[in-house]
Design a protein around this ligand. Structure first.
Ligand SMILES: Nc1ncnc2c1ncn2[C@@H]1O[C@H](COP(=O)(O)OP(=O)(O)O)[C@@H](O)[C@H]1O
Ligand code: SF4
Ligand SMILES: [Mg+2]
Length: 335
């Protein structure tokens, strides 16, 4: 795991702050069905400290990717705000947003999903520079691509190969090289290793760790795997059905929310290849289109009481909890 703060930046203000961040989607089950509303992300207050790795974890569909896209303003919020270095993203004119975007990049689970498959590695790595008008003459471009490839552990002789000739790990290295091309200080990594074999996953995580430390980068690292997040991240944000339910100030903190506890037990499987299939989580996930009045986890929670079913718990720092540890639960574990 990455040690203590690595940033040389002494600015104590978080790089990114969201307040009340909410994104609602409308959908119809069929042509004549009534329109339904789903809050994919609901009322999220999140601080992303500089030079550190903040992890976001939760099951599929809990709103992680929507949160990632909101933070980069690849998607507009329905309400709430995102501030980057004190600037409200919603207030920025297109030119200002474009300039800020150079500092904030995303690494996707499938890096070539957003790249033209006819692009060679050279073209793919150079594209962000071309888009920003920063590509130069042929020789300078080749040298730039070679240095980015070396940074991510790709042999520069692969520059003229195409995605179908690359392994999953090599493709992800191309995705990371693209993300680094504009020398950003903030990377959002959306399940960057979820489709890779375990041994390749470990190599990519080691690369990300090294880049983060060497370049003093700030990461928002998204995963459904709490074991991986606890290994890799300095701070952990747990989401359930669009809301933050617990924030662990460090990866060794003992979870006090019953959902985080269940996630932890479900990732206790020592063989990581089996982890995704082993689950100790019981019960149905609540219908996201029709959330209950109280705690969204109540139907699955062994601790649930009548109060849980009628009153939604707020995200607070309960008594006896370390600084920076907050959770949304009426009956925290260990009380
Ligand atoms: N463009 C969209 N239109 C309608 N619903 C969406 C859209 N994007 C995401 N959703 C819904 O929002 C919820 C959260 O999705 P997502 O953010 O992709 O979750 P995760 O990344 O945690 O799997 C899901 O119920 C998903 O179906
Ligand atoms: S509020 Fe109640 S139902 Fe929700 S997690 Fe806590 S104990 Fe369980
Ligand atoms: Mg996702």
């Amino acid at each position: 795991m990455a040690d203590a703060p690595v940033s040389t930046n002494s600015n104590p203000r978080p790089l990114v702050q969201t307040r009340g961040l909410t994104r609602v989607f409308q959908s119809r089950a069929g042509l004549f069905a009534k329109q339904r509303t789903l809050a994919a992300v609901s009322d999220v207050d999140l601080d992303i400290p500089r030079g550190r790795v903040t992890g976001v974890v939760g099951e599929s569909g809990c709103g992680k990717s929507t949160l990632a896209r909101l933070v980069l303003r690849l998607l507009d919020a329905s309400s709430g705000s995102v501030h980057v270095d004190g600037t409200d993203l919603a207030s920025l004119p297109p030119a200002g947003l474009r300039a800020l975007r150079r500092r904030m990049q995303m690494v996707f689970q499938d890096p070539y999903s957003s790249i033209d498959p006819r692009y060679s590695v050279h073209d793919a790595v150079l594209e962000p520079l071309r888009v920003q008008g920063l590509a130069r003459d042929e020789a300078a471009n080749r040298a730039k691509v070679a240095s980015l490839m070396a940074m991510v552990g790709l042999n520069p002789v692969l520059a003229n190969t195409y995605p179908h000739q690359l392994s999953g790990g090599q493709k992800q290295r191309v995705g990371i090289a693209r993300a680094l091309a504009l020398q950003p200080d903030f990377l959002v990594l959306d399940e960057p290793t979820a489709s890779l074999d375990v041994s390749i996953q470990a190599q990519i995580i080691a690369l990300l760790e090294q880049l983060q430390a060497d370049l003093g980068l700030t990461y928002l690292f998204i995963s459904h795997d709490l074991g991986l997040v606890r290994y890799f991240c300095h701070r952990i944000v747990v989401m359930y059905l669009g809301r933050v339910v617990e924030i662990l100030p460090d990866p060794t903190a003992t979870p006090r929310h019953p959902y985080t506890q269940a996630l932890m037990e479900s990732t206790f499987e020592p063989d990581p290849r089996r982890r995704r299939t082993v689950t100790l989580l019981h019960g149905e996930i609540a219908d996201a289109f029709n959330l209950p009045a109280g705690c969204a986890y109540a139907a699955r929670c062994p601790q649930a009481t009548q109060r849980c079913r009628s009153e939604r718990p707020a995200l607070i720092q309960p008594d006896g909890t370390d600084q920076g540890h907050s959770l949304a639960c009426h009956h925290p574990l260990g009380s």
